[in-house]
Write a protein that binds this ligand. Structure first.
Ligand code: ZN
Length: 286
């Protein structure tokens, strides 16, 4: 009931008259896609109902609205490289470029079938291509507040990635920050309805009977929109990426491989469909 009311109020906000200069909109104007000009106030309203338990989440309804908006009519140009909005602080740009350089430098001796299907080889070139053909611009946003480090807001702009100030305050290893970045990049796929999250079950416990908690925020995940039902979603595809880095990277340090394995195993716990989880486990063990 509350959710319906909130959706309704969000719908009304979207229908409200727009203002010319949306302060959070970055002002780069590099894209040809129509820009919904939500004001900062509207954004705050949209953020108000977002769970802060884990990574940024949008609803299936919002993904459907994005599909309606961006999959027909004026087609968003296929991104080939990204630009930073002017308001992205220099230190955040530097960190993002360093992270992407790290990813572009990776080499691997093999890849699992699911990895090949989604990303190609375990190689910097394929990872760079995945990112650069999906993300056309990077801007600053609160991404729902809380501990979010990055987000894609499909109904606003499906090929734009937003970073928060937390991006450089993140206490997790570099390879796991890239897990978040590639998780978000997967959400740009309008044709795949942006792979919205699934709702985690209640209760949601691990094999030892302990409540599942977010490795990103420490919050309990039962009932949160922080799970996946398919091997191809955002949590699952970034899990497949890190698992493959841990298994097959030939020029990573032991620490990078260890971290990649640790975060992959953690995020595998978010796959709540037994068939999907088995498919991933089988893929990893081949
Ligand atoms: Zn997500």
């Amino acid at each position: 009931m509350i959710r319906a009311a909130l959706l309704l109020s969000f719908g009304l906000l979207l229908a409200a008259p727009s203002r010319a200069a949306a302060p959070f909109d970055g002002g780069a104007g590099a894209l040809d896609v129509p820009k919904p000009d939500l004001t900062a106030m509207q954004e705050a309203a949209a953020d108000a109902r977002r769970s802060r338990a884990d990574l940024y989440a949008f609803t299936k309804e919002e993904a459907a609205a994005a599909y309606k908006k961006f999959a027909f009519g004026i087609k968003a140009p296929r991104a080939t490289a990204f630009t930073f909005d002017k308001d992205v602080p220099a230190d955040i740009q530097k960190q993002m470029l360093a992270d992407l350089a790290f990813i572009k430098g990776l080499a691997g001796e093999n890849a699992t079938a699911l990895h090949r299907k989604i990303f190609g080889a375990v190689s910097g070139a394929d990872y760079a291509k995945f990112f650069e053909t999906r993300v056309s611009a990077i801007g600053m946003n609160s991404c729902g507040g809380g501990n979010a480090v990055a987000c894609v807001i499909p109904f606003q702009d499906p090929s734009k990635m937003w970073l928060t100030q937390n991006f450089i305050r993140f206490s997790h290893p570099q390879v796991s920050r890239m897990m978040v970045v590639y998780h978000e990049a997967r959400h740009t796929e309008t044709k795949n309805r942006n792979w919205p999250h699934a709702t985690c079950p209640t209760p949601f416990r691990d094999e030892n009977g302990k409540d599942m908690k977010s490795i990103w925020t420490g919050a309990t995940l039962a009932g949160e929109p922080a799970c996946d039902e398919t091997p191809f979603g955002s949590y699952s595809s970034s899990t497949i990426m890190l698992k493959n880095i841990s298994k097959y990277c030939t020029n990573c340090t032991d620490k990078v491989k260890l971290d990649a394995g640790l975060y992959a195993d953690d995020q595998l716990g978010r796959i709540i469909d037994a068939g999907a989880k088995k498919e991933m486990r089988d893929d990893f063990s081949r």
